[in-house]
Design a protein around this ligand. Structure first.
Ligand code: GLU
Length: 420
C-alpha cells in the first residue's frame, strides 16, 4: 500500500513550531517514500469560527514549503459518519449506552500493544483501558473516535504525531480493530523542550511559525532547523537543503528523547543560509519581505544594497536597521563623531571632485586623507561611517558611500560637521 500520512492540527490560531515539526516529519516521510501528505483540520472540539486559524495554518505550511496532497479536510464534516458508526457499534454490542452517551467496550483481558517506529514496542494492559466515549449525549463524536476513524477512511498508513498522544493510542487501536480495519503504523515523535528542560513556551521565545517569518528567518533555515529537532542523518551533517532532507530522512532514526529547541543554534544556522543564496535570490527575498512588512522602499535600491549586506546579516529583518540609511535620512549621535571634525571636513574635500565616484577610488582618496592628517584608518573612518550611515556598525564603508552617491554623502558629512 502506498504511504499516506497526515497532519491533523487543531485550529487554535497559529501553527506552533511543535506542530510544524510534526508536519515536517510527516511531509519528509511522504516525499521520501513517494507517498501522500494530507492536511486535516481537527475541529471536533472547536465550536468557534475557525476560518482564520485555518488560513494561518495553511499560510505557514506554504511558507515552509510543506505542500499537501488533495484538498484539506475538516473533521467536522465526518460527524454524521461517526454518529452512524457509533450506532452500528452499539447495535453490534461493541459499544453500550451510558447516560445518553455511547461508550466503547474495551477488551478486559490481555494487552494492547504496537510496534512504535520511534519508541519500539509499547504495551498497555487492557484492564487499565477506559471504556471511552465515542459520541456524547448530544451526539457529538469525540476526538478519540473521530481521529482514528478518519485515519481509516482516508487510508492513512502511518500516524506520525507528538508523543503526548501515546496514551490515546491503545483506545484508538481497539476502535480501528472493532470496525475491522487495518491498524496504521504509529510513530510518536518527541516533544520539543526549551534548553532548560521545560516544555517550550513563550518564555523561551517565538512559538508560532509566523513569528519566525516576521523576524526574517528564511524558510529553508527553519525547515533545516526543525528537521534536526529529534532527527539527524548521521553524527555530523547539520546543513541540508530541502532535497537533501527528503532524500536522507529516515523515520526509524528519529530519537525518542525530548528535543531541545536551541534558539542560539538557530542564530548560527540562519546566517549560513543567507550567504548561500545567490545575490539575485537574496535581493528578491529582501524585496518580498520588506513589502510584506510595510517598507515602501525602492526595490531597485534594495537590490543594489543587498550584496553589501548579504555577508553581514543573519535575518532579513536586520536589513532595515543595517541598511536603512540608504533609504532615509540619518541622525548620528554627536558623541560618536567626537574629534572627527577635521577628518570629516577633509573627506568632504577629497570626495567633492572625485572621479569616478566608485568604491576603490573612494577608498584610495580617504586613505590618503587619513595619512595626511596622520590618523590611523580606524580613527579616521569611524566618524565618516557615523556621519554617513548614522551608526558605528554598517556595511562596507566605501561601497556604501558609492551606492549612497556623492550628493547625499557630502550633505551628510557637512551636516555632521555643522552638528559638532
Ligand atoms: N489534533 C492533534 C494535535 O494537534 C493531532 C492528533 C493526531 O495527530 O492524531 O495534537
Amino acid at each position: 500500500m502506498p504511504v499516506r500520512v497526515r497532519i491533523a492540527p487543531s485550529p487554535t490560531g497559529f501553527l506552533h513550531i511543535g506542530t510544524a515539526r510534526t508536519a515536517l516529519f510527516n511531509w519528509l516521510y511522504a516525499r521520501h517514500e513517494g507517498g501522500e501528505f494530507r492536511l486535516r483540520i481537527e475541529n471536533t472540539d472547536t465550536s468557534r469560527e475557525v476560518a482564520e486559524a485555518v488560513d494561518q495554518i495553511q499560510e505557514s505550511l506554504r511558507w515552509l514549503g510543506l505542500d499537501w496532497d488533495g484538498p484539506h479536510t475538516f473533521q467536522l464534516d465526518r460527524m454524521d459518519d461517526c454518529r452512524r458508526l457509533a450506532e452500528q457499534l452499539l447495535a453490534e454490542g461493541k459499544a453500550y449506552e451510558d447516560d445518553g452517551a455511547i461508550r466503547f467496550r474495551m477488551p478486559d483481558e490481555g494487552v494492547t500493544a504496537w510496534e512504535d517506529v520511534v519508541r519500539g514496542r509499547i504495551e498497555y494492559p487492557n484492564d487499565k483501558l477506559h471504556d471511552i466515549v465515542l459520541a456524547r449525549s448530544d451526539g457529538r463524536p469525540t476526538y478519540n473516535f473521530a481521529s482514528p476513524m478518519e485515519d481509516v477512511w482516508d487510508g492513512i498508513t502511518h500516524v506520525i504525531r507528538g508523543d503526548d498522544h501515546i496514551p490515546n493510542t491503545p483506545a484508538q487501536i481497539n476502535i480501528v480493530r472493532a470496525v475491522g480495519a487495518e491498524v496504521p503504523v504509529y510513530a510518536h515523535v518527541p516533544m520539543i523542550f526549551g534548553m532548560d528542560g521545560k516544555k517550550l513556551s513563550k518564555r523561551h521565545g517565538a512559538q508560532a511559525v509566523e513569528e519566525f517569518r516576521d523576524a526574517g528567518y528564511l524558510p529553508e533555515t527553519m525547515l533545516n532547523f526543525l528537521a534536526l529537532l529529534g532527527w539527524a542523518p548521521d553524527g555530523e551533517t547539520t546543513i541540508m537543503g530541502r532535497d537533501e532532507l527528503v532524500s536522507r530522512f529516515d523515520l526509524t532514526r528519529v530519537s525518542s528523547s525530548p528535543s531541545p529547541f536551541d534558539y542560539q543554534k538557530r542564530a548560527w544556522m540562519k546566517g549560513g543560509y543567507i550567504r548561500e543564496l545567490t545575490s539575485e535570490e537574496f535581493a528578491h527575498r529582501l524585496v518580498l519581505w520588506l513589502g510584506e512588512h510595510g517598507y515602501d522602499w525602492d526595490a531597485e535600491l534594495v537590490s543594489r544594497a543587498a550584496p553589501l549586506v548579504q555577508e553581514k546579516i543573519a535575518r532579513l529583518a536586520e536589513f532595515p536597521g543595517f541598511a536603512g540609511f540608504f533609504f532615509h535620512e540619518v541622525e548620528p549621535d554627536a558623541a560618536d563623531l567626537d574629534g572627527g571634525g577635521p577628518m570629516l571636513a577633509a573627506a568632504d574635500d577629497a570626495l567633492a571632485g572625485l572621479q569616478p565616484f566608485e568604491a576603490a577610488e573612494i577608498e584610495t582618496a580617504l586613505r590618503a586623507t587619513a595619512d595626511r592628517l596622520e590618523l590611523k584608518p580606524r580613527q579616521a573612518f569611524q566618524p565618516i561611517r557615523v556621519a554617513v550611515t548614522g551608526s558605528k556598525i554598517s556595511p562596507g564603508l566605501f561601497e556604501s558611500i558609492e551606492l549612497l552617491g556623492r550628493e547625499k554623502t557630502l550633505s551628510r558629512l557637512r551636516a555632521a560637521v555643522d552638528a559638532m
